[in-house]
Design a protein around this ligand. Structure first.
Ligand code: PXP
Length: 250
């Protein structure tokens, strides 16, 4: 059985926020992703609101028919928002304002107390909690000790590996972390930096039951839709002139 696919629609919102327009709408993208077979919609509501907005989470909660996975920092503000919108899963991620994207896993070992508080509050609100961690056995064990439902293994280092040797070593770490987590009864997801050329080896790790992928899917969607988008604009321009001829004879 294949892993479930969580489609991350953050970067649809990135394009919208670049112009502060109403389009493209990540909600619409989520519905298309579900129609295409996505098992889950994933969004990261960042503290700086650089892409996904509260409005998106609010509407997604009401229209997503599969499952909604909210990635967020374990701050008080974000925990309150999660309890308000009630996603199926919260994935706790580290967050630094200056980073381009999530650059590493949570340090569960060092931040046990604050994470424990957030996990309890979320679980009391009937929200499953997943911990986004590097493929590190100490982090897996610490996540289990905090009673998280699941972990999501950060695949960024694997995705960025430059040599075959480095990539194989990173894949080995992901495999070991996945096996250890599954043995402890944790659900195992993975994600970050996965694209059409590097997902297969990760998807072959049977303990991994879910992959969350965003950037590569949005990037491919943009290019595969480019031809239709240009044709549609040319058709409108042609229609404008045809209409002019019809109405003014010019
Ligand atoms: N999983 C987590 C926890 C993330 O933070 C992200 C990026 O927001 C992803 C998956 C998706 O990563 P990418 O956009 O590189 O596919």
């Amino acid at each position: 059985m294949r892993p479930r696919l969580g489609v991350n629609v953050d970067h649809i919102a990135t394009i919208r926020q670049a112009r502060r327009t109403a389009y493209p709408d990540p909600v619409e993208a989520a519905l298309v992703a579900e129609r295409a077979g996505a098992d889950q919609i994933t969004v990261h509501l960042r503290e700086d609101r650089r892409h996904i907005q509260e409005r998106d989470v609010d509407i997604l909660r009401r229209v997503v028919k599969t499952e909604l996975n909210l990635e967020m920092a374990a701050s008080q503000e974000m925990v309150s928002l999660a309890l308000k919108y009630s996603p199926d899963t919260v994935t706790l991620v580290p967050e630094r304002r200056e980073e381009l994207t999530t650059e590493g896993g949570l340090d569960v070992v060092q931040n046990r107390e604050s994470l424990q508080r957030a996990i309890r509050l979320l679980q009391d609100g009937n929200i499953r909690v997943s911990m986004f961690i590097d493929p590190d056995l100490d982090q897996v064990r610490a996540s289990h000790k905090l009673d998280a439902h699941a972990i999501e293994i950060h695949t960024g280092r694997y995705a960025e590996a430059r040599s075959f040797k480095e990539r194989s070593e990173e894949l080995g770490r992901i495999r070991d972390a996945a096996k250890a987590a599954a043995k402890l009864g944790l659900g195992v997801a993975a994600g970050h930096g996965l694209h059409y050329d590097n997902t297969i080896p990760v998807a072959r790790i049977t303990e991994i039951v879910e992959l969350n992928i965003g950037h590569a899917i949005v990037a491919r969607a943009m290019l595969s839709g480019m031809e239709v988008a240009v044709r549609d604009m040319i058709a409108q321009m042609r229609e404008a002139r045809a209409d002019l001829v019809r109405t003014t004879g010019r």
